[in-house]
Ligand binder design. Structure first.
Ligand code: AMP
Ligand code: ZN
Length: 466
């Protein structure tokens, strides 16, 4: 398996630190609004990396944070006359709903920055003890960037060029020793959430969050750290400086970055009026179409979003779904059980190999999707009413397997409508009254199978989806 590593600017063979296990950290969103379709790109892309690795038998420990304390969250809370906690909790829930629609698997752990402040205080203290950080009079703590010799190794920037760029920035009011120093801890302002610390009542800087959460949940040195390419500098560069200075070991072996999503070939921006949330798109399309669209390009390339391209993604996805539905129809109505399946086995293996070859090459999902289209074309020609169930089953299994790696669902389970659930709950209550416990249990089991659990409470029967 080859991965393009931003650190070395080369495609490298992937070798996890511990055989068979992968530790992967993906920088998550700042939760002050619904996620936009740009935010969905790293979610979908790295979820696909994870799914492919799991398909190859690797056990992926996948951590992705929510940044739930930040200037934008505080601003939104002030605008709405509420607390930043209310805002962040609301948009974490909304983000999880969008992720479900996009069929992005929940992370093994989704840490929240606000729950990890003690760890951040520890790491900042270590950095101060080691001389990599200092406190100023107003209670701010800065990282002493120039002391970290490898600074710039990820973004391949020369520290002297950075300095030239920074000279123009107005730093009035800041008490930093050097233009390049960045914040680890900042004192609170009126009305802001804060924590006690040895330096001031305040809150952590953004970069230290990820260094600490990655260390806590995955260890000091991890396999993969990922995010959008805008995070390479300064966020990931600063994470490396903090973590390596504090821990004394390399932070991550592979750095993966997705390219940006543009709209009609322009940068997405609210003020330019070309800005879409995932929720906006869900009003017009099944979110699977958005996922399929995102995977139709290589993750490192820029991707252009337009109505036309979405329509063509929809048509492409339908071609695959139609082939699958046809296979299922033929399978359910197959009259002959056994026919010669040599060709089906050989052809399926050939397409699976080609698919894997594309994915092994730095997760080339664009080519992998082309292989699925070729496979679908073959299937459509190869099967008809006379085809044996055994042959159909081979095609069904292999097509499902490939789509599953991309997170494309071929067979959506119909969710039972609420009225139907309530009808069954009423029927169960009536059965219990009549002491027909057999029927009552049958209904409970039937609902359980559909993912609904009943709870008998004092206010009556309640149900929840599991
Ligand atoms: P943010 O909430 O801005 O920190 O972004 C969360 C994630 O979305 C980060 O990995 C960003 O790099 C990524 N991201 C933001 N905008 C875009 C975009 N237009 N295209 C691709 N990725 C993006
Ligand atoms: Zn991060």
């Amino acid at each position: 398996m080859k991965i393009y590593n931003t650190l070395t600017r080369r495609k490298e063979d992937f070798k996890p630190i511990e055989e068979g296990v992968v530790s992967m950290y993906v920088c998550g969103p700042t939760v002050y609004n619904y996620i936009h379709i740009g935010n969905a790109r790293p979610m979908i892309v790295f979820d696909t990396v994870r799914r492919y690795m799991e398909h190859k038998g690797l056990n992926v420990n996948y951590v992705s944070n929510f940044t739930d304390v930040d200037d934008k969250i505080i601003k939104k809370a002030n605008e709405e006359g509420t607390t930043s906690e209310v805002i962040s909790q609301r948009f974490i829930e909304e983000c999880k709903r969008d992720m479900e629609g996009l069929n992005v698997l929940p992370a093994s752990t989704h840490p929240l920055a606000t729950e990890e402040v003690p760890g951040m205080i520890d790491m900042i203290s270590t950095l101060i003890d080691k001389g990599y950080a200092y406190k100023t009079e107003d209670g701010t703590v800065y990282f002493r960037t120039r002391k970290f010799e490898d600074y710039g190794k990820l973004s391949h920037k020369n520290i002297d060029d950075l300095e030239a760029g920074h000279r123009n920035i107005n730093v009035t009011g800041e008490q930093k020793e050097d233009y390049l120093d960045f914040v680890l801890w900042k004192p609170k302002k009126e009305g802001e959430p804060y924590w006690d610390s040895p330096w001031s009542q305040g809150r952590p800087g953004w970069h230290i969050e990820c260094s600490v959460m990655s260390k806590k949940y995955l260890g000091e040195c991890i396999d993969i750290h990922a995010g959008g390419e805008d995070l390479i500098f300064p966020h990931h560069e600063n994470e490396i400086a903090q973590s390596e200075a504090a821990n004394g070991v390399p932070f991550a072996n592979y750095w993966m970055h997705n390219g940006f999503l543009n709209i009609d070939n322009k940068k997405m921006s609210k003020s330019a009026g070309n800005f879409f949330t995932v929720r906006d798109i869900s009003e017009k399309y099944d979110l699977q179409v958005l996922r399929f669209f995102m995977l139709s390009a290589h993750y490192r390339n820029p991707l252009n979003f337009s109505a036309e391209l979405m329509e063509s993604a929809k048509a492409g996805l339908e071609r695959i779904l139609n082939a699958y539905n046809n296979l299922m129809y033929l399978y359910e109505n197959a009259t002959s059980d056994i026919t010669n399946d040599e060709e089906a086995k050989a052809k399926s293996a050939e397409y699976v190999d080609k698919f894997e070859e594309a994915m092994e090459d730095d997760f080339n999902t664009a080519d992998a999707i082309s292989v699925i289209f070729e496979f679908v074309r073959h299937i459509n020609q190869a099967v008809n009413e006379q085809t044996g169930a055994n042959v159909l089953k081979i095609y069904i299994d292999k097509l499902s397997m490939l789509c599953d790696i991309l997170g494309i669902i071929l067979e959506k389970e119909e969710k039972l409508p609420d009225e139907e659930i309530e009808r069954l709950i009423d029927e169960r209550q009536r059965a219990r009254k009549k002491k027909d416990f057999k029927r009552a249990d049958e209904i409970r089991d039937e609902l359980r199978e559909k993912g609904i659990v009943l709870e008998d409470t004092r206010e009556g029967v309640k149900y929840k989806w599991v």
